[in-house]
Design a protein around this ligand. Structure first.
Ligand SMILES: C[S@@+](CC[C@H](N)C(=O)[O-])C[C@H]1O[C@@H](n2cnc3c(N)ncnc32)[C@H](O)[C@@H]1O
Length: 320
């Protein structure tokens, strides 16, 4: 188990910038209309938001969301009458926009997952590379920490989370090792958890720390990342005005699969059994896909290794 001190926490807290992934690609994909209304559902440090604001005219509007109070604090420093920020999950998108008096929007961006400041700040407990308290909550104002969950979860629960959200072959061995370790004392630091997982995972994947999958799994579970994404997508579809765009950047196959299936299903029209129909009566799909999936260029990946796994999918709301 590695030790961590106040010095380490301060040093990592100082690294407070996020290198925005697929910046130009995602904002070009939104085809911003100068007087349109847009949502950046994952503000982070506002890389995408700032470019949206650059492209909006004086009558445009941008509403940003983030679950993380630190991200929201950064957003509140943007002094621009066209911009507002909400501390909420994008799973609450429809209700929040209704309260803001917005009936429809012309584009929504989701840049999923965690930001670099969240990963780089040892005090947030997301990283197996930096020893710190085992927290992993995006919204530090509510919910249980990873340490609290690991204290009470059953071995079966831990195994299922690590298997389902980490796609980890050694989920059974890891869950067993965690339960054995907590009998000796609480597992409350990232370093301790990484050590337990490292000892339980028998084989090594190239360029991948043995704790990668387990940390990803616990993070996804605690923050209900997949559930919130699944809740947000249909709300966005209902809120988009005809011609409005949805752009989603995902970082792993579990979330990309949800986005891909949602977009695919919404691009299919429900054809009724009663045929034949006149052309004007034929059902129309609610979304149409825009372009192919976009990945980061070799240059972007060289400059920002996190971009390696990014996938951008874009769709446009039809008039149906
Ligand atoms: C990859 S970062 C976004 C970075 C941002 N595009 C930028 O350029 O700075 C993802 C952000 O989304 C936030 N987030 C993740 N899930 C969320 C959710 N369900 N609702 C609101 N914010 C969420 C995280 O707290 C994090 O700040």
């Amino acid at each position: 188990m590695t030790a961590f001190g106040a010095e380490d926490l301060r040093a990592s807290a100082a690294q407070d910038s996020h290198q925005t992934v697929l910046l130009g690609e995602a904002i070009d994909a939104l085809a911003i209309r100068a007087d349109g209304s847009y949502v950046d559902a994952t503000f982070g440090r506002g890389g995408h938001s700032r470019l949206i604001l650059d492209r909006l005219g004086p009558l445009g509007r941008l509403v940003a969301f983030d679950k993380d109070p630190e991200a929201v604090a950064v957003a509140t420093r943007i002094s621009d009458a066209r911009f507002s920020v909400v501390h909420a999950s994008f799973a609450e998108l429809a209700g929040v926009l209704e309260r803001l008096g917005l009936e429809g929007v012309d584009g929504v961006l989701l840049d999923l997952g965690v930001s670099s400041p969240q990963l780089d700040d040892a005090a947030r407990g997301f990283s197996f590379r930096r020893d710190g308290p085992l927290d992993m909550r995006m919204d530090t104002s509510r919910g249980q920490t990873a340490a609290q969950w690991l204290e009470t979860a059953s071995e079966a629960e831990i195994r299922e989370v690590i298997r389902d959200y980490g796609e980890e072959r050694f989920a059974k061995q890891i869950a067993k090792a965690i339960v054995a370790a907590r009998q000796r004392g609480p597992v409350v630091t990232t370093g301790h958890l990484a050590d337990i997982v490292g000892a339980a995972v028998r084989t090594r994947e190239k360029h991948k720390d043995p704790a990668t999958r387990t940390f990803q799994a616990i993070r996804i579970y605690l923050n209900q990342e997949l559930a919130h994404l699944s809740l947000a997508l249909p709300q966005i579809l209902d809120l988009l005005t005809p011609g409005g765009r949805l752009a989603v950047i995902s970082f792993h196959s579990l979330e990309d699969r949800i986005v891909k299936r949602f977009m695919r299903d919404a691009t299919r029209a429900d054809v009724p059994i009663r045929l034949p129909l006149r052309e004007s009566e034929l059902p129309q799909s609610r979304l149409r896909l825009i372009g192919k999936t976009v990945r980061s260029s070799a240059e972007e990946i060289a400059a920002n290794p996190r971009a390696r796994s990014a996938t951008l999918r874009v769709a446009e709301r039809t008039g149906a």
